[in-house]
Design a protein around this ligand. Structure first.
Ligand SMILES: [Zn+2]
Ligand SMILES: [Zn+2]
Length: 436
């Protein structure tokens, strides 16, 4: 590699598509380094050389296509932000699934709405492509957001400094927008699809995918690889490692009594729970990546009553499946400290960790090489948040997560998508679907 050229000519972090393409043209012309060896494409390897000197940029057509589509993408994203679909509201979720199905059908997909009595319906869409016998690529997304009904009326989509703000913008209206853009590409270039592609949009990801998990796992089992259009890391890095997530409820029972008349006859569930809160926090082990958080606590009825009942909700994050089993055993084995008190413990590990297996690393390397062909420098990183990608990775299906557009603030008031990232991320997703 011509290190000097790279030192003087770093690709800017927030580069526009034009800047990225210009960087690659200059790179081909002046640097002359060979494509980086596989190992260099991994975590933190930068600057990197993506294309060889003699190769033209074969997939520039993708970028031009999506550049023309950018105004439509902004319209779709705006519409999606202004459509509230909290995980517990079946009707709005069903309406969105139906709308999405119509959009994808008009782009040549076969669609199926999976009726769901417990939550919103889920949506499956398939394109067969020329290589019908090859295993499909599975794209995963979710239709629900963490925001309640009426949120988008209070805070409708708005653009400021080329950032599109609004409820759910980053998680994951942006990712859904890319799915629509991909569909438009497939509608106009059907012959480029070398293998089938399946899109699964579920309606309960934000509450743990309880009803969609079997569907996600069944589709993943028959797929070559899984691409998850969740938010990316800042700057566009993919997520190739996610912590697993557990949720537990620990409730304490005591004996109610008058706090003045019969104090000694009472057993305080609140005092018991206080012991347990401290015991639970002792399970934190930052070196192992284990975190335990008591996020909710409630109990008692009045200040002059010894409380007979109290409970806490605990969030657990683990970096390895075995650690999840160890923690589950410890939490379920908690014993009351106060005589006369008792404990009830429910819950468990809800999402396994997405461990960075050799298969996932290999898929990332292949994706990096394909991204380089369209002038995109791909990085990878990790997050403490779980996603549906955790289920598919745990089954051993190569999974790349964080393929949504760039932005910030998932689940937060400043949540937004960088408009500038829509074109390159749509091109990236499409490139992977066509070439992986
Ligand atoms: Zn999400
Ligand atoms: Zn989320």
């Amino acid at each position: 590699m011509n290190t000097k050229w790279h030192q003087q000519n770093r690709m800017p972090r927030q580069a526009t598509v034009e800047q990225r393409l210009a960087w690659h043209r200059a790179h081909q012309e002046h640097c002359g380094c060979r494509p980086a060896p596989k190992g260099l494409l991994g975590l933190g390897a930068r600057p990197r050389a993506g294309t060889s000197r003699v190769q033209p940029l074969p997939a520039q057509g993708l970028l031009s296509f999506f550049q023309l589509l950018e105004p439509r993408m902004v319209q779709w994203l705006t519409k999606l932000i202004n459509t509230d679909t909290p995980s517990d509201q079946k009707q709005p979720l069903d309406r969105l699934a139906t709308w999405f199905a119509g959009q994808l059908r008009s782009c040549g997909a076969q669609t199926e709405i999976l009726q769901n009595q417990e939550a919103g319906n889920h949506l499956l869409a398939r394109w067969t492509g020329a290589g019908a016998r090859r295993k499909p690529i599975l794209i995963l997304g979710h239709l629900d957001t963490v925001w309640g009904l009426g949120e988008s009326q209070r805070r409708p989509a708005r653009i400021e400094n080329r950032k599109l703000f609004g409820p759910g913008a980053f998680d994951m209206r942006g990712g859904l927008t890319l799915v629509l853009a991909l569909a438009k590409y497939l509608a106009t270039h059907p012959s480029e699809l070398g293998r089938p592609v399946t899109i699964l949009l579920d309606s309960d990801e934000e509450v743990g995918s309880l009803t969609s998990r079997p569907l996600i796992e069944a589709e993943a089992q028959r797929s070559e690889a899984v691409l998850v259009v969740e938010p990316c890391l800042p700057g566009g890095a993919l997520k190739t490692f996610r912590k697993g997530v557990g949720r537990f409820t620990i409730s304490a029972q005591g004996v109610a009594a008058h706090a003045g008349v019969d104090y000694s006859k009472g057993v305080s569930a609140i005092q018991e729970l206080a012991h347990q809160v401290l015991a639970v926090y002792k399970l934190n082990d930052p070196a192992k990546g284990t975190t335990v958080n008591v996020g909710v606590i409630r109990g008692g009825s009045r200040s002059n009553v010894v409380a007979s009942q109290a409970e806490m909700e605990v969030d657990v994050r683990i970096a390895a499946a075995a650690e999840g089993e160890r923690l589950t055993a410890l939490l379920r084995g908690l014993k009351p400290k106060n005589r006369g008190a008792s404990l009830q413990i429910s819950g468990g590990i809800n999402r396994p960790p997405m461990e960075r297996t050799a298969k996932i690393v290999d898929l990332f390397h292949r994706a990096s090489a394909l991204a380089a062909q369209i002038g995109i420098e791909l990085a990878q990183g990790e997050t403490g948040g779980g996603s549906d990608g955790c289920f598919t990775a745990a089954l051993g299906i190569p999974t790349l997560d964080g393929l949504g557009p760039d932005g910030a603030g998932p689940h937060a008031l400043h949540e937004h998508v960088l408009i500038e990232s829509l074109v390159p991320r749509a091109a990236l997703l499409t490139q992977l679907v066509l070439k992986l």
